[in-house]
Design a protein around this ligand. Structure first.
Ligand SMILES: *Cc1c(COP(=O)(O)O)cnc(C)c1O
Length: 370
């Protein structure tokens, strides 16, 4: 049996409704921003529960423009998670700001207890990452931000529809960035991203920045750039948004199936604590094993048709491309430990129960034979 990682061919098996909308668009010539983008933004804001949603070119741009609109500039420091995808750090770095890393919790988000020690006079913002579909501990993070007068911009790229203490990921800080990249839970046909915020001021500024700083056709209010949400991608997004509940609920149900059987392999498998106050939406389904067998397990799964992956084998602060930040092994013990131990299994909404049970059979078989 094959348990593939990419489900995109299934997701878009019947593209006719999307093509139909694109045909309609062709007749209007309304190819940049326009009605489809406005419709997408309104539905997305409603889905997340914010006053505004602003469509931009990618998730990275969403984070970057949100930081910029909040006033982060060259020379500032932004505190973020050591355990994240490179794009979080790229967004900070592209503004000329410096990423300051903080180690992870056992549930793969920034450790709020270690944030205060990382604050300096240059700190301007905190960017917690809702990694894997978890939600960072926003309550203590917001308290620290208030105490030191810092902005909080959430990296919610992996966490559409996740929640903590009944609040949706992306609604707690000043603003948040989401990604609609093909690998994310809600995915379009290329790059796209969304900023959400309740702030009138940040909304206004982010809208200006994404469209050359143009107030209208004739007037430039500030320096901006071109990072508009592509209108064709907005059409795909409009088709997909009504499926968010199905996508999220199915991922959560699939994760429960994995949890039920993996939690019986206590001698070999460790699961992150499942926090009762968090709705984890399982962008990634991860578990941890002994680092001595991790790579063998991944190979065994791949050899048996299960597309297991590792997110990620090299802790970000120790990557070659980030050596300018001067980190060494031992700086982020939990992030490093996780990099040696984690395995991800496909968890998407198009998996069948047989595929999930087969993937679990293969994990069990591996541990029976060692
Ligand atoms: C995907 C992702 C991004 C960036 O999204 P793109 O749309 O690929 O630019 C940022 N942060 C995290 C944690 C992500 O997973």
């Amino acid at each position: 049996m094959k348990v593939r990682y990419s489900y995109l061919p299934q997701q878009f098996a019947d593209p006719e409704p999307i093509f139909e909308e694109i045909r309609k668009l062709l007749k209007t010539g309304d190819f940049t921003l326009g009605k489809e983008v406005a419709r997408f933004e309104a539905s997305f804001a409603e889905l997340i529960g914010t006053k505004y949603a602003i469509g931009v070119g990618s998730g990275t741009d969403a984070l970057k423009i949100a930081l910029e609109a909040a006033g982060v500039k060259a020379g500032d420091e932004v505190i973020t998670a050591a355990n994240t995808f490179i794009a979080t750090v790229g967004a900070i770095h592209e503004l000329g700001a410096r990423p300051v890393f903080v180690d992870a919790t056992p549930y793969y988000t920034i450790d709020a207890e270690k944030i205060e020690a990382a604050i300096t006079p240059k700190t301007k913002a905190i960017m917690p990452v809702h990694f894997t579909g978890e939600v960072a501990d926003m309550k203590p993070i917001m308290e620290i931000a208030k105490k030191y007068n810092l902005h909080v911009i959430e990296d919610a790229c992996q966490s559409i529809s996740a929640a903590i203490d009944g609040k949706n990921a992306g609604t707690i800080g000043l603003a948040a960035g989401f990604s609609l990249h093909p690998l994310k839970n809600l995915n379009v046909w290329g790059d796209a991203g969304v900023i959400v915020t309740n702030s009138d001021e940040l909304n206004k500024k982010a809208r200006l920045i994404r469209n050359h700083g143009m107030k209208n056709r004739d007037e430039i209010e500030i320096m901006g750039r071109n990072s508009r949400l592509d209108t064709l991608q907005a059409i795909v997004g409009n088709w997909l948004l009504p499926q968010t509940k199905f996508i999220t609920d199915t991922r959560i149900a699939n994760a429960k199936k994995y949890d039920d059987r993996l939690s019986q392999l206590k001698d070999f498998v460790t699961l992150a604590p499942r926090r009762a106050n968090v709705r984890q939406v399982y962008h990634l389904y991860m578990f941890e094993v002994d680092p001595k067998v991790r790579n063998d397990l991944v190979k065994f799964l791949l050899d048996n048709g299960v597309d297991a992956k590792v997110h990620y084998p090299i802790p970000l602060p120790l990557q070659e491309g980030l050596k300018q930040f001067g980190h060494k092994r031992g700086d982020f013990p939990l992030t490093e430990r996780q990099a040696d131990r984690v395995v991800s299994l496909p968890v998407d909404q198009h998996l069948t129960n047989d595929q999930i049970q087969y993937a679990l059979d293969m994990v069990e078989k591996f541990f029976k034979n060692i």
